[in-house]
Design a protein around this ligand. Sequence first.
Ligand code: SF4
Length: 233
Amino acid sequence: MPEQFVELSDPYTPGRRWRVDADFLASNWTCVWGAGCIGILDDPAEDLQQGCCSHGAEVLDQDEAMLIAALAASLDPARFQNHATASELGVFLNDGRTHTRVVNDACIFFNRPEFDGGVGCALHLGALDAEEQPTDWKPSICWQAPLKAHHTEEGTLVTLRPWTRDDWGPGGKDMAWICTDPNEPNPAAFVGDEPVVSSLAHELSELLGPELYGSVRAAIDQQTDGSVGRPAS
Ligand code: SF4
């Protein structure tokens, strides 16, 4: 296995460094939504297929809020189960537009399994319908999962690592699972056939920028010879 963290300079922001969890990026974690994911409610609820959409999404900033609002308004009602609620009440939980609204215990954008327009994130489905990337439609916190970029206050160091229970706040301790938490590796999500650095190549390139992503990938390949493994417990 690689050293857990590799540190690299940010080619786009002078003075900033990234500390990347190479152990996780070399692992065979994969999102098992609809294929064994038990969700993040207090009790396992695989049949609900909510994945990590049970609590709504935190919106990055007002630019992202404007984008989400515009895309939501463009969604075909046949693909967006909560279209009527969105039209009446809006897609945000609060006037500050910092979180997506929660409807019947899931994000307003979550289509239920029985919905004819397709289960899962309506924004994700809308992006695919438009032949665009879901990364351009969804709140960044959603497409960046399972990764969390933690910025120091001074902004000189960013740690990129998987989500942990603590990241979810007080509610995290009761969640049915944290599929990525290296302190409780759950075999059900470590079943991918390629390393995360490959399976999430597009998302990582969007998050890090292509040049830094290339450097991260080279560093991990060098440490692992391209082999795939689970993080050490
Ligand atoms: S990231 Fe984890 S919790 Fe979220 S849908 Fe995928 S497997 Fe489930």
